[in-house]
Write a protein that binds this ligand. Structure first.
Ligand SMILES: [Zn+2]
Length: 593
């Protein structure tokens, strides 16, 4: 049996945001043991250089200190010829409040393995043991542990459920796929299709836990049944961090780390479902769907992950886009939202895709491939240059679903395609080839459907949304977001005026020379303050022009800007009450699953 890699982790100085980690291996590589830390975390496609947070690092063997050398930003080497067991000891600075890294203070600790566990090269497939120790100086603070990492049953010092102690993973890949929360979180537990689920909420909050459970349970059960029982995990944990203002989620094989605004959680006595709570349920549904789609059904490019550099795939439209389609669809299918709510969410997605001209320049396949430098590194020009593989990918999923249903008279749907992916790839561990989805769509819907999907994915033409929604009794009309004229910009309010965040291609602001970052201080000789810019424009008509004064690099500049009619780029979806019996049945099957 291969000897385990043995880690300990302890919050040694919570106030200084420092974890201390030790890593022990019994048989170091005689040629010189190598260790490294990932440069990115699966699910978040950006190079993040986690190694920058390693503050100190030392190694010893047989009571002697070893010389450690580095060969690049995240790789450490021990000298050749070391025969005794080696212990590495290092500190990790953890002060990034996000779902992607690690965060520690005197109130709680959170970490992803990618931020704290160095990989011992050559031992990736060995069992990995982790002793999680109580925080130094806070031993009596009543902290508990929430994680989907397995307790090391039968081992010395094995952790009790939610307790400090020994945990275990089968290999390094598994070790870094179970984030850990420690602190005084509130906990709710429930069963979904017989699988134990838990929700741990950190941060001050007044969440109505029974209501949250009442909503989450049917969402989880709906998804387990969609792919087919049994569920692929023994248990599942939602790790929620509630803050004043925040939003984010990251998927893992048996858990998810979520960041949300505490105001979005339901509170005792809350009657109607708030938009924020609906969005939070959508986020939970999204990350949960990834348990199948991307954590087990994976692009071939991720089998295995190479975490030292970018992992390129043109398929994120299927893994993020299809997941985005199902996150809201499952809300209506599980009875959590109404048809009207669903159409509102769908129109929001359509509007996001149409808010810039980027969709005419970049396909969702390209957007996937370039996620590392474009989607994850957005700037002021992004609406003019890129399209989101999340939002457009979810509309591609919608179209494919509707066409499969319509062409087969309701016999087949996207659900069949997801189940085929699960059977052939999720359950076997075989990655999906870059053109695998076209072939599968052709197999389920016919050659023409495969080719059509490829066009939607690799092309930049407008999606035929009106045509396909109409066949399901939903009308789509385009209207202007506001009757007031505009100048083709998106602005943010700053103390000194109105700052231009984006200048849209083809708009009058761009033609007149206004740029992102300019701070507008006057319009037609009147001071522009927070909130009055749109009102000033609303009193004018398209075709007029406005004299706009703005600061750029502290220099006052004047621009003559023609006012333009607001573009008809806002989708209005309506449920057509009277439709044919066929459309009625199709619509019912689509939304009821
Ligand atoms: Zn996602």
């Amino acid at each position: 049996m291969s000897c385990p890699v043995h880690y300990t982790i302890q919050a040694i100085q919570p106030a200084a945001h420092l974890f201390e980690v030790t890593l022990r291996i019994a048989e170091p590589d005689p040629a010189g043991q190598v260790f490294s830390l990932p440069a990115w975390i699966p699910g978040s496609y950006m190079i993040r250089e986690f190694a920058k947070n390693i503050v100190t690092l030392s190694a010893q063997a047989g009571g002697k200190v070893l010389t450690v050398s580095k060969s690049d930003k995240h790789t450490w080497h021990l000298p050749a010829g070391v025969k005794e067991p080696v212990t590495l000891r290092y500190t990790v600075y953890a002060w990034d409040l996000s779902v992607r890294t690690a965060h520690l203070d005197a109130t709680h600790g959170f970490f992803n393995g990618t931020s704290v566990f160095l990989c011992a090269h050559g031992c990736e497939d060995h069992p990995q043991l982790v002793d999680i120790r109580p925080p130094h100086g806070l031993e009596e603070a009543g902290w508990r542990i929430a994680t989907s990492l397995s307790v090391a049953e039968g081992e010395n010092g094995a952790a009790e459920p939610y307790g400090f102690g020994r945990y275990r993973a089968e290999n390094y890949d598994e070790l870094i796929d179970h984030p850990v929360e420690m602190g005084t979180f509130t906990l709710a537990e429930f069963d979904a299709c017989g699988v134990p689920h838990a929700v741990a909420i950190t941060g001050r909050h007044d969440c109505d836990l029974p209501r949250l459970v009442e909503d989450l349970k049917p969402i989880c059960e709906n998804q387990i049944r969609l792919f087919g029982e049994p569920a692929p995990m023994d248990r599942y944990v939602f790790l929620v961090m509630a803050v004043g203002d925040g939003y984010g989620g990251l998927e893992h094989r048996a858990s998810t780390a979520l960041l949300c605004s505490r105001a979005d959680l339901p509170y005792p006595g809350m009657e109607a479902q708030s938009d924020g709570y609906r969005q939070f349920l959508g986020l939970c549904s999204h990350e949960y769907f990834h348990t199948w789609n991307v954590k087990r059904i994976k692009p071939a490019a991720f089998v295995p992950y190479n975490l030292s550099r970018e992992g390129y795939t043109r398929l994120l439209w299927a893994f993020e886009g299809f997941t985005s389609y199902y996150d809201d669809l499952v809300l209506i299918r599980s009875g959590r939202i109404t048809v009207q709510d669903y159409l509102k969410l769908l129109s929001k997605t359509i509007n996001q895709v149409h808010k810039g001209s980027g969709r005419q320049k970049q396909s969702v396949a390209e957007s996937s491939f370039e996620a590392w430098t474009k989607y994850y590194r957005q700037d002021e020009n992004s609406p003019n240059a890129i399209v989101s593989y999340y939002t457009k990918g979810s509309l591609v999923a919608l179209l494919l679903d509707l066409r499969l249903r319509a062409d087969s008279k309701g016999k087949r749907s996207l659900d069949d395609l997801m189940r085929a992916l699960w059977l052939r790839h999720g359950q076997t561990g075989v990655g999906v080839a870059e053109d695998g989805l076209y072939a599968l769509a052709a197999e389920i819907g016919g050659v023409a459907v495969g080719r059509w999907l490829q066009e939607l994915v690799e092309g930049t033409g407008e999606l035929p949304l009106e045509t396909w929604l109409k066949r399901f009794g939903v009308s789509l009309a385009w209207e202007a977001a506001s009757p007031a004229p505009g100048i083709g910009v998106r602005t943010t309010t700053e103390a000194e005026g109105v700052k231009i965040a984006n200048v849209f291609d083809g708009g009058s602001a761009q033609a007149a020379g206004l740029s992102a970052g300019d701070v507008i201080i006057a319009c037609d000789g009147l001071k522009v303050t927070s909130g009055n810019f749109d009102k000033l424009l609303a009193r004018r008509v398209a075709g007029d022009s406005a004299e706009i004064h703005a600061f750029r690099r502290d220099e006052l500049m004047c621009f003559e800007v023609p006012l333009q009619a607001a573009p008809a780029d806002t989708a209005k979806l309506e449920w057509v009450a009277r439709v044919s019996k066929t459309a009625e049945a199709q619509r019912k099957a689509w939304l009821e699953g």
